[in-house]
Design a protein around this ligand. Structure first.
Ligand SMILES: [Zn+2]
Length: 258
């Protein structure tokens, strides 16, 4: 983290401290109990407030709107992406600078161990543009601000969730459970998010502990889905010796239009 980077009127340090207070509370009472006390929680699921709800974005916490795949699907086969875009009603695909997923894929693709930031950005842009052209949708850059500071990874089973619309929700990665994405891919996406949080571009391994863990938050339609995800992610979580835990909450009832 760079020091004293300004985010509006508050510094990054203020934001991290404020979020630490939230995380302490969540660790004390659990995510489900924590969100019960947030009156505007339904806003996070309100598609009228989400002008980009049918956009495909990265899982990066700095691109919180829309639906999410690592690097907007940069590592996936293009034919699969075209089908996925149709099946999930995606109208626009985005790319962003400093994309970790695009960086990994660019290195695999070129066989080079080191690539410049510009080369990775170009790779991310070209991948998104190629998919957009083939799928007949538009493509745009999602501008990012600041550095990684995700405390959680939301596994969004509702495909309607945008944490940035509710101030009291911690910043996090979002992995969407889209149609056409299998359980193995979901697991790989969550692993990628944890590796970023535990890596040199974010808080890092030493920051997280049993008392202050990274949380995979299942954003579920039912309590059964939370239990199912806990079973499915158990093996992965165990490898972090308590530094990663799984929690979750059920989305509030939707407004019924009269
Ligand atoms: Zn990214």
């Amino acid at each position: 983290m760079s020091e004293h980077e300004v985010l509006g009127t508050e510094t990054i340090e203020d934001k991290i401290l404020w979020e630490q207070n939230i995380m302490t509370k969540i660790n004390e009472i659990g995510f489900g109990n924590y969100v019960e006390a947030i009156p505007n929680l339904p806003d996070a699921f309100d598609q009228e407030k989400q002008k980009f709800f049918n956009w495909l974005c990265c899982v990066d916490g700095r691109t919180p709107c829309g639906k999410h795949l690592p690097g907007s699907g940069v590592s996936k086969n293009i034919e699969d992406m075209v089908n996925l875009i149709k099946e999930n009603g995606i109208k626009n695909i985005t790319w962003h600078k400093e994309c970790g997923a695009a960086g990994i894929e660019a290195k695999n693709n070129t066989g080079k161990e080191e690539l410049s930031e510009e080369e990775i950005n170009n790779f991310a842009q070209q991948s998104a543009e190629r998919i957009a052209e083939k799928a007949g949708i538009t493509c745009s850059e999602m501008k990012i601000e600041g550095e990684h500071n995700e405390r959680v990874c939301y596994l969004d089973k509702t495909n309607k969730f945008d944490h940035s619309l509710v101030k009291d929700l911690p910043n996090g990665f979002t992995v969407s459970e889209l149609k056409g994405i299998n359980k193995g891919e979901i697991l790989d996406s969550i692993k990628l998010c944890i590796s970023i949080a535990f890596g040199k571009h974010s808080f890092g391994d030493d920051f997280f502990s049993k008392e202050n863990p990274f949380i995979v938050v299942v954003v579920a339609n039912t309590n059964g889905e939370i239990e199912e995800s806990k079973r499915e992610l158990d093996e992965l979580v165990k490898t972090f010796n308590g530094k990663v835990v799984i929690d979750g909450f059920v989305k509030p009832f939707e407004k019924i239009d009269s």
